[in-house]
Design a protein around this ligand. Structure first.
Ligand SMILES: [Zn+2]
Ligand SMILES: [Zn+2]
Length: 324
């Protein structure tokens, strides 16, 4: 499969786009669009979607151990007794589903995800191993991240086949595979609001600087965890076709404005597939039971470099001792 690659410096500027105020380092939810608030928990965004009076849902749940923080932040904006009618997961990665069970138990609500994501949310399968070999910030960080699934037991259910989102009238879910097999995005025609999960990011996850500055830009999803790049590109094309006016992803500050749709079309047209990596030329395959086929691992230069550095450091130490 020949997919185009692009150097980071070639990623185009985006006119007429306004970042939403950052929610990082804040205990308060920030409004993205009417009825849509977001909260950054660590490095991942959660979305409270819908009206407090008429019912609302939480989209994604954050890292394991963050449930209490999320509940108190939501309580601060939506009222101390506020609780959603459901939790909807864009996918089951550790940063999006880590607190799903704790929140679902505390609120006594169901969790919904795509049918193809259920193997990783019912304890049947782990995710394909991440591939850190393409380099960049998120690739290096991913070495410390898990690729294990969760077991949400009786709490988790498949999303309805008709594309509706339970307890979120006006919203529909779209199957946007590529990052994971059962990844979904959520779209509301009113205001053309797109919650994209990890179908793409609104920051450059490969840049160490961007992780600090939250510089806003449309970019590919977290590369080490993306296991089908052809599908990932097609998903971004489909999402661009919705002509969103607001894009709210799992990572990065949400963005809005008349230039957003054109920028997303631009991302789809020059989708920055990594030049090399385990899943770049052949995807991982999976079905409703979990992984069915994995491409073989690719050589990882870092352990060799670490070993080389250790040998050099040891030799330098030995020489220093002899001289000393
Ligand atoms: Zn993910
Ligand atoms: Zn993520």
């Amino acid at each position: 499969m020949d997919l185009p690659t692009i150097a980071p410096e070639a990623r185009a500027a985006r006119p007429r786009i306004t970042p939403v105020r950052s929610s990082r380092n804040s205990v308060n939810l920030v409004e993205v669009a009417p009825g849509v608030d977001y909260l950054t928990v660590g490095f991942v965004n959660l979305y409270a979607v819908g009206d407090v009076e008429q019912g609302w849902i939480l989209v994604d749940s954050g890292l394991l151990g963050t449930a209490a923080f999320t509940r108190s932040a939501i309580g601060r904006r939506r009222g101390p007794r506020a609780r959603p009618h459901a939790i909807v997961l864009t996918h089951g990665h550790f940063d999006h589903a880590g607190s799903a069970y704790a929140l679902a138990e505390e609120w006594d609500v169901p969790v919904y995800a795509h049918r193809l994501e259920l193997p990783y949310l019912t304890g049947r399968s782990d995710y394909p191993p991440q591939d850190p070999t393409m380099g960049g910030a998120i690739a290096q960080m991913s070495r410390a991240f898990p690729h294990s699934g969760f077991d949400l037991g009786r709490r988790v259910h498949p999303l309805p086949d008709d594309g509706s989102v339970p307890h979120a009238p006006g919203w529909r879910w779209l199957h946007t595979p590529g990052h994971t097999h059962g990844h979904v995005s959520l779209f509301r025609d009113s205001g053309r609001v797109l919650i994209a999960g990890d179908a793409f990011a609104t920051m450059d996850m490969d840049s160490w600087t961007s992780h600090l500055t939250e510089r806003e830009e449309l970019d590919r999803p977290a590369a080490p965890f993306t296991t089908d790049w052809g599908a990932a590109r097609r998903s971004v094309e489909e999402l661009a076709g919705l002509e969103p006016a607001v894009v709210a992803a799992g990572h990065g500050v949400p963005m809005r404005g008349p230039g957003v749709a054109a920028a997303l079309h631009g991302l789809a047209a020059r989708f920055p597939v990594p030049p090399h990596g385990r899943y770049v030329h052949s995807p991982a395959r999976a079905d409703e039971g979990g992984i069915t086929e994995l491409p073989p691992p690719v050589p990882d230069p870092l352990p060799l470099r670490l070993a080389g550095a250790a040998v050099l450091a040891g030799a330098a130490f030995a020489v220093a001792r002899r001289r000393g």
